[in-house]
Unconditional design. Sequence first.
Length: 126
Amino acid sequence: MQNHSEITKAITAFVKKLDIKAGTISGLGAVNEATLRILDPATKKFVDKTFSEQMEITNITGNISQQNNKHYIHMHVTLGRGDYTALAGHLLTAKINGAGEFVIESFEGTVNRYSDEDTGLNLYKF
């Protein structure tokens, strides 16, 4: 991925261009800004937080599916900080600062999602 690219936008554009409807995503690299999200299960509300510092992507794991006939990208990330602590959560956005190496594996067929009111999450519909 190009330096200074926004990861979620770049992966989403790639998936749409190739019309991948089911697959997995993995990756590593470095970023200087990332917005992460976690779910508060008590309120079913998401909490977002942005971190602006140089961090190593030690792992991105994600999947590709469809919701309401649109591409749905779901990624989680672990980020290493300069003090050797780590941050983790659902990846909303992140800006590459250095390198970004990603692998996308596509599968035949389509995996669909639905919005689950009990959990507040978009879950697989099999």
